[in-house]
Design a protein around this ligand. Structure first.
Ligand code: ZN
Ligand code: ZN
Length: 189
């Protein structure tokens, strides 16, 4: 484990000696990351280069690699994937939280150290797919019987096709059902 940059905290006096490079693994502690429906299944690999940015600001460039588990939105299958994030973050002491935009964060001018984790988590959240799919052409599950249609067809799909035929039958009512019932009046008498 790399020392000098414990779990996302950067002390500013380290920057006085010049840029800081840090490579390491940030633990997959759910209380640190909280990615909603997405679960981290291993530590987040980080490659960071931290440098001064204007007067009192901090710029962080680098990369995150996060092995995550998600659920396919169509078939609900488990998806295990490594999400890669390119980072270019600026922490600016001259702006307030209301001025923050993507990649630009406010920095408390009085802070002695910067906790990078909230920003790293934010960037990771932004990099997660909004509509994760196991494959681009995932067929999903049958809404009627729940069969995973990637694994095979079910009978319900035939019914769905039949309902399209119903429209044609209404237009051309010549199927056997129309003849039935018309001549069955022999119960009287
Ligand atoms: Zn799927
Ligand atoms: Zn079905």
């Amino acid at each position: 484990m790399n020392k000098g940059f414990p779990a996302g905290m950067l002390a500013f006096d380290r920057l006085e000696a010049g840029p800081v490079e840090w490579s390491g693994r940030l633990p997959a502690d759910p209380s640190m990351w909280d990615l909603g429906d997405v679960a981290l299944i291993d530590a987040v690999e980080a490659d960071l280069n931290v440098d001064a940015f204007t007067e009192g600001g901090v710029r962080v460039q680098g990369r995150l690699g996060a092995p995550v588990e998600m659920q396919c939105r169509r078939c609900l299958d488990r998806i295990v994937r490594k999400v890669e994030v390119d980072l270019d973050l600026r922490f600016d002491p001259d702006i307030g939280p209301e001025d923050e935009t993507e990649g630009l964060y406010a920095l408390d001018p009085d802070a002695a150290e910067l906790d990078l984790l909230p920003a790293l988590r934010e960037e990771l959240l932004l990099a997660l797919p909004a509509f994760p799919l196991c494959t681009a052409d995932c067929k999903g599950i049958c809404p009627t019987c729940g069969t995973n249609l990637n694994e095979g067809d079910c009978d319900c799909r035939v019914d769905a096709a039949d309902s399209r035929w119903d429209v044609l039958r209404q237009r051309f009512p010549q199927h056997p059902d129309a003849a039935e019932g018309a001549g069955s009046g022999s119960d009287d008498g």
